[in-house]
Design a protein around this ligand. Structure first.
Ligand code: SAM
Length: 387
């Protein structure tokens, strides 16, 4: 099978997590840059990456990388790219998204229209056609300029991969599924340890954790744009990936995952989302305020995305909420705590400096992922039978 370069964009700050996921899937990394990981793969890799990766937003098939400081240059270099390798005569093609950082060309609409014209010229000369019906499959192109170099790819995913299909109902300010999965992967949590999200909202952290515990492929229950590109990706590749997803699924996975929230209506949404995801039986949701958080268990994990003051009236309540987070955490025996927030006084109000802290961009919002590490549990002694 032909090998291509594939681009996987991710949240700024989480490239290492995505890189590890791609390596674990068995593919070779070609480049890691801010907000994206590029890797080598064939048609099977496109199906695998879409179905199994938890922390990328989409998978792009890289068409080329060109330096362009003027629109003439952009036109010429886009026309030189081998579009006919990917887009058939009846394909519908357009530049769906253009962004530009530190580059001379920065107007998205101009970049989009110039590139479309150049693609038309290229395909006209190769296919010897004057006009394209564009009534076949879709090939949306994405281009990202950085310091005058444009990386150009065709989107294989369609609807963004954070849309796993389970979150039909959301709370206010939900965290994306891809970000929740990546943050969970940054913790040493394993499915034999208790995990609690005391501000669970629509349930994203508990649901992603349950899916990870059950080895449930995030893309198993949705479709992808490139499933229709039969000239590039044989159906067999999708069947293989789905078959593997079914094989590795742990059907009777036991976990201790809890989601709490002050808002009963939001918990209804969380339960419904968990049901949609097929992990309802693995999570216990309960209406509970942060100040009432307690557990008789030791060595557990708290992971949370507390309110951060999106609305003015909420801002006033923040010191008290974060103080209550600190008090609840101190009551728990040997637990670890992970907090993602953009609230700048989080550590001060929690009353403890984080052991580790990582800057992560949630879209345009700068947030910090504070890690308060508890001790590791003692090694379990082997029983007579295990020796
Ligand atoms: C930023 S949202 C969390 C979103 C969630 N991670 C998701 O993906 O939907 C914060 C949540 O905290 C809840 N909340 C606010 N004050 C609370 C309190 N004192 N105790 C528990 N939950 C609270 C809100 O109802 C809201 O659902």
């Amino acid at each position: 099978m032909e090998r291509w370069e594939l681009i996987a964009p991710c949240h700024f700050g989480l490239e290492a997590v995505l890189k590890k996921e791609i390596l674990d899937l068995g593919y070779e990394i070609s480049k890691v840059e801010d907000g994206k990981v590029t890797f080598w793969g064939d048609a099977q890799a496109i199906a695998d990456a879409n179905i199994f990766l938890r922390t990328t937003e989409r998978i792009l098939l890289k068409v080329g990388e060109v330096k362009a400081e003027t629109f003439e240059e952009l036109f010429e270099k886009t026309r030189e790219l081998p579009w006919e390798r990917y887009i058939p005569k009846d394909g519908k093609f357009w530049v769906t998204k253009a962004n530009s950082v530190k580059s001379k060309l920065f107007s998205p609409s101009d970049i989009q229209s110039i590139m479309k014209k150049a693609m038309v010229e290229r395909l006209k000369s190769v296919y010897h056609m004057d006009w394209f019906p564009e009534d076949g499959e879709s090939f949306p192109v994405r281009v990202a300029f950085m310091k005058d170099v444009a990386v150009i790819g065709i989107d294989t995913s369609g609807v963004s991969l954070h849309k796993r299909g389970y979150r039909q109902m959301t709370a206010r300010a939900p965290i994306t599924e891809t970000l929740a999965a990546a943050l969970l992967m940054l913790t040493p949590w394993k499915s034999d340890r208790i995990l609690v999200d005391p501000f669970c909202g629509s349930g994203t952290f508990p649901i992603e954790a349950a899916m990870m515990a059950a080895n449930m492929a995030p893309g198993r229950n949705r479709s992808f744009l490139s499933e229709n590109w039969k000239h590039l990706i044989p159906r067999k590749c999708w069947y293989n990936a789905v078959e593997e997803a079914d094989d590795i699924l742990i059907r009777d996975c036991r976990t201790d995952i809890q989601g709490y929230d002050i808002d009963g209506a939001v918990l209804k949404a969380a339960r419904s989302n968990a049901r949609m995801a097929g992990v309802e039986q693995m999570i216990h949701f309960q209406e509970r305020e942060i100040r009432d958080l307690s557990s008789s268990k030791s060595y557990g994990f708290l992971i949370m995305n507390p309110p951060y003051g999106e609305r003015l009236e909420e801002k006033k309540a923040l010191p008290q909420i974060y103080q209550q987070i600190g008090e609840s955490f101190r009551r728990l025996d040997k637990w670890s705590m992970y907090v993602i927030t953009s609230y700048e006084h989080a550590e001060r109000e929690i009353g403890r400096k984080a052991d580790k802290n990582r800057k992560i961009y949630n879209g345009m919002l700068k947030t910090y992922f504070y890690q308060f590490l508890g001790p590791k549990p003692p090694r379990r002694k082997m029983t007579e039978g295990e020796r």
